[in-house]
Design a protein around this ligand. Structure first.
Ligand code: BTN
Length: 272
């Protein structure tokens, strides 16, 4: 767990002057940037603390899944937030992060990637980025802190993707046909942080939600989702002001999902 002090110094210079004071630590390898930042949060680290690592040995995704984090070919970062109670809405924070990554990638690589509700970025039907927000709540149920973890595939592993993710994942270098993107970690991190805090400091005006909807690969399509262990089909019609996915179902009318996973996104095939 060595600190990369030169890279860290340059990154911190670039992060200066944003709407929230940020301070990054950059490591060569950690278990999980989310876990390490949680420890810092417990020790009183302020909002805007950031941890970046070139590799994770226990990178985590949602529902406890493994997030493959091989050395030097991904951006693995976590941002510490200490939201005020009145602006706390977990779905909005993740949605805000998805928009920030989408915009940063568009700006730096002229690449337009799509947002798959609730927290993934996709291109060419394959996953490019995952976002994992983990909160800690005090005894009165208010958020003490949130650790927002972002993982972006920059290049494919030399020896190919692990069998579990082969064919369903992609990377920025494959999409841009430029292997040099692995060198732009610092720029990408800076741009994401800038975009994120721009929206986060005005979270309640929901200015990012229009972009979220416009860049969604889910809205206007028929989707499959699982509820109480039952697989169902519905039509995705909107994202509401809490970043819930609004679905028109066959049997239950209009419903709003606040969490879960949707699969099998395809054009609408049924009529009510
Ligand atoms: C998902 O795909 O379900 C979310 C993946 C989130 C991965 C990032 S990488 C940086 C941070 N540290 C982790 O252990 N996970 C997140």
């Amino acid at each position: 767990m060595k600190r990369k002090l030169d890279a860290e110094k340059k990154l911190n210079l670039a992060l200066k002057n944003g709407p929230v004071a940020c301070k990054a630590e950059w490591y060569d390898v950690v278990s999980s940037t989310n876990d390490l930042l949680k420890e810092s949060a417990q020790n009183g680290a302020p909002e805007g603390s950031i941890i970046l690592s070139d590799m994770q040995t226990k990178g985590r995704g949602r529902t406890g899944r493994l997030f493959y984090s091989p050395k030097d070919i991904g951006l693995y970062m976590s941002i510490l937030l200490r939201p005020h109670q009145k602006m706390f809405e977990p779905g909005l924070i993740t949605a805000c992060a998805a928009v920030s990554v989408q915009r940063a990638i568009l700006k730096l690589y002229s690449l337009s990637v799509k947002i798959k509700w609730v927290n993934d970025l996709y291109a060419d039907g394959k996953k490019l980025c995952g976002i994992l927000a983990e909160g800690h709540f005090n005894q009165s149920g208010n958020p003490d802190y949130i650790v927002l973890g972002i993982g972006i595939n920059l290049a494919p592993p030399e020896d190919g993707y692990a069998p579990e993710i082969a064919g369903i994942c992609t990377s920025l270098s494959e999409l841009t046909e430029n292997r040099e993107v692995v060198l732009s970690k610092s720029e990408l991190c800076t741009e994401i942080v800038k975009e994120f805090f721009h929206f986060y400091t005005h979270l309640s005006d929901l200015s990012f939600l229009d972009i979220y909807k416009k860049e969604s690969c889910v809205l206007g399509n028929e989707v499959t989702y699982v509820q109480n262990g039952i697989t169902k089909t519905a039509f995705a019609i909107d994202i509401d002001e809490r970043a819930r996915l609004v679905l028109e179902t066959k049997n239950e009318g209009i419903i709003a999902l606040s969490s879960g996973e949707i699969t099998h996104i395809r054009p609408k095939t049924y009529n009510e």
